[in-house]
Design a protein around this ligand. Structure first.
Ligand code: APR
Ligand code: ZN
Length: 357
């Protein structure tokens, strides 16, 4: 089958013919019908992260189960599923503690699976490798969804939407009437914007370096669009009675934007880091400022969500019209033209590109 394979830092990923193993006990093969291109895929090739290569990219996808290995009970062939890049084990301390998104088993950037055409061992992003015609995954990594749910919407539920909605509802717990600043308006940030509005936030200040994001921010429900320039902190204070926002949600993954979010929050406010940054990109904060500002700094991993519970709930919201994902999808392409999606993302253009492998 064909898959988008990264082979080295800085080298554009290419479509290659690869071989996946047949599903073993407890595993399923899923034909991928739609896959989103997420910034974390770019981070796998631009040197931000250091995954093993050759690596099949992609971790935000939906498709149809076509084959089930021995003992599979969760789904049968024909089931429509969303892929979960952090399936919890349900046995470790974190799972038992009600924090399955921190499961001790999940979180490694890549798993070994299958071979390249030349016979080299192949790795797959976050245990999935979903920018491909198919994946072979443990049954715990698929979440059944209604067949009426369009594949494009289903794909986005698997990363950007679960992450963004969860950051608002579960990590930050945004309440009606509050103010929120969202830094970085890609697929993740725009999901945060619309979830914040849906939660009843009175002000949603959408922030980006790219002026081209203003229209997307408005479509997602932002009350204001602000450019991330030197006057940003002042502009946010001016709109929030001089104080800053109740919640500043960072959706870029850089120390500079974490500091931007820090300054955007009011005294006693919350700073939520959703972006996944690089190991050596250190955030400097003043010790006196940390004390005096009384802010809380938290990160949000996979929206502090339990995908098995929350993806079906989001699917129902899409089907009953209360969650509209159309504004998130700005481009569509096939596997051979994904390079253009990476270029757009690097330039800060558009929201999600959905690939139909
Ligand atoms: N200030 C404000 N916005 C910025 C800045 C900055 N200094 N630098 C980049 N941005 C904007 C880009 O212009 C873009 O609109 O951040 C946005 C990031 O969007 P995408 O590249 O589409 O990223 P996305 O897929 O939404 O992921 C965002 O969440 O899950 C993590 O790894 C992911 O760290 C990434 C983050
Ligand atoms: Zn992602």
């Amino acid at each position: 089958m064909r898959a988008l394979v990264a082979r080295a830092v800085g080298e554009p990923p290419r479509v290659e013919e690869v071989a996946l193993p047949a599903p073993g006990p407890g595993e399923v093969r899923v034909d991928v019908r739609a896959a989103g291109v997420c910034h974390s895929d770019l981070s796998m090739v631009d040197g931000t992260l250091a995954p093993p290569y050759p690596l099949v990219l992609g971790h935000e996808a939906a498709g149809v189960v076509v084959e089930a290995g021995e003992g599979v009970s969760r789904v049968a062939p024909g089931a429509h599923v969303v892929l979960n890049w952090a399936p919890p084990c349900r046995r470790c301390w974190y799972c038992g503690h009600g924090e399955p998104w921190l499961c001790e088993r999940s979180g490694s950037p890549a798993a070994a699976r299958g071979n390249t055409a030349a016979g080299e061992p192949l790795h797959v992003t976050l245990g999935l490798g979903a920018l491909a015609e198919a994946v072979v995954v443990p049954q715990e990594a698929v979440i059944p969804v209604p067949a009426e749910l369009p594949f494009e919407a289903a794909a986005l539920l698997g990363c950007a939407v679960l992450t963004g909605v969860g950051a608002v509802r579960r990590t930050a717990r945004v309440a009606a009437g509050e103010s929120v600043a969202v830094i970085g308006l890609g697929g993740v940030g725009l999901s945060v914007v619309s979830a914040a509005r849906a939660a009843g936030a009175e002000q949603v200040l959408a922030v980006d370096v790219s002026p081209a994001k203003a229209g997307l921010a408005a479509a997602a429900g932002a009350t204001d669009f602000l450019l991330a320039d030197d006057s940003l902190t002042r502009a946010i204070r001016e709109r929030t009675g001089g104080r800053g926002v109740d919640h500043a949600i960072e959706c870029v993954g850089r120390s500079a934007t974490i500091r931007t979010a820090w300054r955007a929050a009011r005294r006693g406010g919350q700073v939520i880091v959703v972006g996944m940054g690089a190991k050596d990109d250190v955030v400097g904060l003043g010790a006196l400022d940390i004390f005096h500002s009384a802010r809380t700094l938290r990160s949000s991993v996979y929206g502090s969500s339990d995908p098995d519970r929350d993806v079906p709930e989001l699917a129902r919201a899409v089907l009953d019209g209360t969650l509209d994902l159309a504004p998130l999808i700005t481009d569509r392409c096939d596997l051979d033209s994904v390079a253009a999606a990476f270029d757009r993302m690097a330039r800060g253009e558009g929201a999600r590109t959905v690939v139909r492998p």
